[in-house]
Design a protein around this ligand. Sequence first.
Ligand SMILES: [Zn+2]
Length: 61
Amino acid sequence: MSATPKKPAPCPICGRPAEAAFTPFCSARCADIDLGRWLSDRYVIPSEDEDDTDPPREPAE
Ligand SMILES: [Zn+2]
């Protein structure tokens, strides 16, 4: 059941037609950008409770 012709999805990064070699991106560069975003998204922890930060512990001397 394929009524619609196969249309190349636009690159999610820049919106240009995707290249088969880099699907779903248009180039290795955009794929790299997406990967970087994904990674930073994983590692960056949203600090929603900023006013609940632990007070810096002073070194007991
Ligand atoms: Zn692109």
